[in-house]
Structures are given as C-alpha cells and as structure tokens.
Design a protein around this ligand. Sequence first.
Ligand code: AMP
Ligand code: MG
Length: 486
Amino acid sequence: MPDERDSGTDAGWKFDNSYARLPETLFSRVAPVPVRQPGLVLFNERLAASLGLDVGALNGPEGAGIFAGNLVPPGAEPLAQAYAGHQFGHFTNLGDGRAVLLGEQITPTGARFDIQLKGSGPTPYSRRGDGRAVLGPMVREYIISEAMHALGIPTTRSLAVATTGEPVFREEALPGAVLTRVAASHVRVGTFEYATATGDRAALTALLAHTITRHYPELEGAENPALALLGAAASRQASLVARWMQVGFIHGVMNTDNMALSGETIDYGPCAFMDAFDEATVFSSIDRHGRYAYGNQPRIAQWNLARLAEGLLPLIAEKEEEAIRLAEGVLGKFADEFQGHWLEGFRSKLGLFTAEAGDEALIRDLLALMKDSGADFTNTFIALAKGDTPEGGGWTAWMDRWKARLASQPQTESEVIARMRSVNPAVIPRNHRVEEALAAAMEGDFSKVQRLVQVLSDPFAETMENEAFRKPPPSGGEPYRTFCGT
Ligand code: AMP
Ligand code: MG
C-alpha cells in the first residue's frame, strides 16, 4: 500500500516488495515514525550510486528526510519482519522492534537489495523497547560493516546515518539516529524458527521458496529443497566464519536472529576486532561466559545451523525421525567444511600455495606462539610478509620451519609476498580508533569517522595515510568492552 508521505522526486528508487507478498504472518505493515529534525550525517555516495540512486538528489534535505524515516520513497511498502531467535541459547519471539524494511531496491544491473531503516520507531514487535537507536552504535555499524566489505567479507552495508534531533533515553539521554542498512536480505535463521513455531505451514513453505529464489536460485527444482537449503546455508556459514577468523573479527552476539541465510555478516552490535591474539577473546559486556568468544565462533555457527535445521524439519520429511536423520547427515559436514576453509585461509595468510600434511601444525604453532608472546594478530602477518621477525621472543625455530616450508613450493618469493599482501590487512578497525571517531561524532564532528572509513576502504595497502591507524592500542589500558547498543 503506498504511503501518503511518498517523497516527491524519484531519486532513482526502484522498489519491488517481494517480502510484502509473502503470507502476512511473516510481517506487519508499519511505516517509519517521523522524527523531529532529520539531519544527514553520513551518506555512502559510492554505495548509493551502485544501487542506482541519484546521489545529488539524496545528499541533502530530501535524503535526510528519507533516511530519518520522515519521507517514504516512492514504491516502498514499509514493513517490520517477524522472527524468533535463540539468544544466548534461549528461544524468544522477537521481530523488527526498531527497524522497518522499506522494500527491495532493484539496481541498474538487476540485483535486489533490502533497504532497511534501523532505529525508525516502534513496531508491533517492540515489546518494551522504544524502537529507537543511539547515534554511537549506528555510526559504529556504519564503520565496521563498510570495513568488512572492504576486506572482501560478505556483509550487509551501510548507506546512511541520519540524526533525529530527538534524545533517546538509556542510562542517560543520548542523541538518536537511524541507520540505513543494505542487505542481500534480512531472512535470518530466526525467521525460519518463527515460521515453524507459528505452525503455519504455508508461511514456512513460502519462506523457503522466497529464500531459495533470492539466495540459492541454483537449488530451484531440487529434490528436497529444504534439505538442500540447509546444506547450502551451512556451506556459506562455514566460509563466512572462517573469513572472520582470518581477520580476528569477533561478532559478539551470534544469536540465531543475527545469522542471515544470505551468508552475509549481519547485526553489528558488540562486535570488535582482536588486537593481541587469544582464542578466548570476548569484548561484549553481556557475554559473561564467553559463549561468543573468538575461538567459539565455528562451534556456535554449527549450533545455530542445528536451530535452522529444526526450523526446516517439517519440510525436510513427513516423518520427524526421518527429517532429523537427513538433517544430521547434512550438518555433519559442517566441521570439515569449516576446517577446509580455515586451513586454506591461513595457508594463504602464510603465503602457502600448496597443501602439505604439516600445515595445520605450522599454523597452530604460530597461533600458540602469538598467544604466548602477546603478539598483535594483524601486525604479525604484516611483519611476516616483510620478512621481519614478529615482536616478542621465541620465534626463531618457528620462522625456520616456515621458511623451509616456503622453500618446498615452486613459487618465487615475490609471488609469496604478493599472496600474503592480498589477504593480510594492514589496517583493521582498531577499537581505540573507532572509539576516538565515535567520541568526535557524539560532539557533532564527523570528520574523524569520514577519515576512518576512508582509511579502512583500502585495507591491504600500507600507506602514509593509514600508518597511524595500523598501531595497536597503547598497552596497559583497561580491556576493551563493547555494549549491545540497544
Ligand atoms: P539486537 O540485539 O539488535 O539483535 O536486537 C534484538 C532484538 O531486540 C530485536 O528483535 C530488536 O528489534 C529488539 N530491539 C533492540 N533494541 C530495541 C529498541 N530500542 N526498541 C525495540 N526493540 C528493540
Ligand atoms: Mg539482531
């Protein structure tokens, strides 16, 4: 249903609303709630252009109105999606409590992307929440999601941050903001859990078909589509989490509602990048038992996929026992698949082109050495690529083994260096740098955020511009803590 607040110009919007055509149990039609004073503080012009949007028209008051939720762009049919999820292991009914999906933008190349406003006001799923978001966490998502994209890791993107001119009351009054998120889709593991929990088989069937069409068209016509989807989604997660591990990324809140069927990284809350290597690293203040610690991420991904399997069981086979047997067969492949990606990823980080039996031990011993010496994860690989011995002691024996291993393959030294350079980032969103940029943003100065986003957009090069951003935080400070930002 078109909204009477349609914006005047078309600005390149070309919406289709396939989610809005699914059974109504899966969502609620609800428009963003207008805010007092929209202000466009971040606008991703390159992303806008790639979506087919008119950058000139949107980089001003019209864009502020749209990205704050005061104007609904033409063709959008806003809705809040229903979903459930296991949060820290416990099942809860959730849904978009502070977000609306405007619709799906069809790009000039025919690709389809969800355009979602996050922090856009209450919805039927808000429970006791106010539907709003605080500026800091929205800017944080903007910075880190764009950094992940530049690292080549599948992720949702950030198109804009608009301030609302309204305070949001948490422990104190904080400035409110809306993030415009661009995603392959927002179908989550929790969306399937929700559809199954409602007992609405038609909705579950339609969700399955929608997900296959959008993300796995090659599975159309599969003999057992639900089982095929489970396997394909598991493969993408195995690859995704391996990518996270290779850059030291810790998602922080891998609840099943924060795992997307598209295989993109989604929901940047308490996530952060590790400095000194330690498998047990946790940043999130609410993750007291380290459920979502760096080293647990593959296990948790598999646990979440088991919840997806449960969501799909009714469509896998009529008899539950049979469905479970089939699902277990598929999920049983996850660990090996992850391990394959992990090995392949760390081999390239070390400049290895070939595969040898001792490679895993070489990698594990490197990680153990890093942990013992307190070495910085990112900078260790950069040092190795330069032929330098990383900081801390005890490296000689390991360096000799690695050099011998490099000598056992036919590639030249320059080929080895090029490979290492192409996968080992020189610059990541260092926590102290992110905090520094956010602190300035809270004072209304977005230049530090702009600069950081700019530096992070070219992560593999060592440049004069990014030199200061490559340094680990000064040692001896308090351990870094992140918060959910709700
Ligand atoms: P998240 O921690 O962002 O993944 O959110 C978990 C759930 O809480 C989702 O269903 C959100 O929509 C909901 N939620 C988070 N913050 C708010 C808020 N301020 N108002 C309403 N719902 C919220
Ligand atoms: Mg979430």
